[in-house]
Design a protein around this ligand. Structure first.
Ligand SMILES: *Cc1c(COP(=O)(O)O)cnc(C)c1O
Length: 387
């Protein structure tokens, strides 16, 4: 095709890129499926009773995710604020009007574990915007139990494998804390797939609430997020959220986002985890094969291996490549990002404590055929560095 249509990015002088790394918000998260875009377009064509539509969509999302209740908000971050606020207001509905001034609340403390991860994912700080007092507790069960008192509104846990390194895991914490009758919120923003995680934290482990990002693995509109769990607490989240003029008025989901999200969730859930995994693995194997062929193994042995787990412990394959001596992942990324067809390859952040010459490739966001471009971009970098 020679007629190149000017797209919204080109018009602004912004280059698009191929995402072989992650569902990073900074890259645009993920791409919606055509059906999702179509349902947003449809939604934009009609007026509707917004509240009725929202409630119907939320009920449907609860059913789809096998939870008692669900609420759609503008992201997992908004979900974290709404859920913690809801736990503080649970025993006194009038207190909703006072947020974020919580000084005379019966319960205004939110506990998080004081792990190394707090510096890696500062999302926990957002809890403070609700007016909650954030209590950081030494990451072991006994310290946690000791910290819990009559002011404790909830404990918030972050289950990603990287964040749970060296601290007790949700599987151990949730049943113990639940016995004490304290509310538990799980920030599972990026903990998908498997699909079953949508009900695992709440239904299997017993957390009161869990939040997920709608714009990451679910491939919904970028500005969506999902709260699932306890019906009563979710009804409070709803009261706190837009269009009500309370703490969550700034988190406004439009009819288009609701329509897009529910379509994306249907697609995400109706797909088969294993098939999705295998499709990605096939693309990664193609990349592995192309790189293998491009370099004589006697001269330039390039070590590659398939990891059957995502960076944060999710069910997805990753291809790890150990670049020849002297090359670094960061430099490789700079090279591939500067190509005419720019590619973002995976660079581990320092907290992963990976050697600096290891790159990771993730096919979650790769379209059919893009694996060829990704492979060639990495080959190009290695060749340039060897010459
Ligand atoms: C991405 C992420 C969030 C934020 O999710 P949004 O949907 O972008 O608001 C919150 N917590 C964790 C652990 C995340 O990975």
């Amino acid at each position: 095709m020679d007629t190149k249509t000017i797209n919204c990015y080109e018009k602004m002088g912004i280059q698009t890129l191929i995402n072989a790394s992650e569902t990073y918000t900074n890259l645009g998260g993920s791409l919606m499926e055509p059906e999702t875009i179509e349902s947003m377009k449809e939604a934009g064509k009609h007026f509707v009773n917004y509240m009725e539509f929202r409630d119907a969509v939320c009920r449907h999302c609860a059913t789809l995710t096998k939870n008692d209740a669900a609420f759609i908000t503008t992201g997992a971050a908004a979900g974290l604020e709404l859920t913690t606020a809801a736990c503080m207001c649970e025993n006194n509905m009038e207190s909703m009007e006072k947020l974020p001034d919580t000084k005379d609340f019966q319960k205004n403390e939110i506990i998080v574990l004081d792990g190394k991860f707090l510096t890696i994912i500062p999302y926990w700080k957002l809890i403070g915007l609700t007016g909650a007092k954030i209590i950081k507790v030494k990451p072991d069960i006994n310290s946690l139990k000791e910290a819990i008192n009559e002011k404790t509104a909830a404990c918030v846990f972050f289950p990603a494998s990287l964040y749970e390194r060296d601290i007790p895991k949700c599987e151990e914490l949730i049943p113990e804390i639940k016995k004490l009758g304290v509310k538990i919120i799980v920030d599972a923003a990026a903990q998908l797939p498997p699909i079953s995680n949508l009900w695992y934290y709440t239904k299997t482990l017993g957390a009161d609430l869990a939040v997920f990002s709608g714009g990451k693995h679910i491939k919904g509109p970028q500005c969506t997020g999902l709260i699932v769990g306890d019906e009563h607490l979710i009804s409070i989240c709803k009261m706190l959220a837009s269009p009500n003029e309370k703490l969550g008025r700034g988190f406004k989901t439009g009819k288009e986002e609701l329509a897009g999200f529910v379509t994306a969730l249907e697609l995400f859930i109706s797909a088969d985890d294993k098939k999705r995994f295998d499709r990605q693995k096939k693309q990664l194997e193609k990349i592995e094969e192309m790189i293998q062929k491009a370099f004589l193994p006697e001269l330039y042995p390039i070590k590659m291996w398939m990891q059957e787990e995502g960076r944060l412990g999710t069910y997805q394959p990753l291809l790890l490549i150990s670049l020849p001596e002297g090359m670094t992942a960061r430099e490789c990324n700079e090279y591939t990002r500067a190509l005419e067809t720019a590619v973002d390859i995976g660079v581990y952040q320092p907290e992963f404590e990976m050697p600096e010459n290891i790159i990771f490739l993730n096919a979650y966001n790769l379209k059919e055929g893009e694996e060829i471009i990704v492979a060639n971009s990495v080959i190009g970098y290695i060749q340039k560095s060897l010459s």
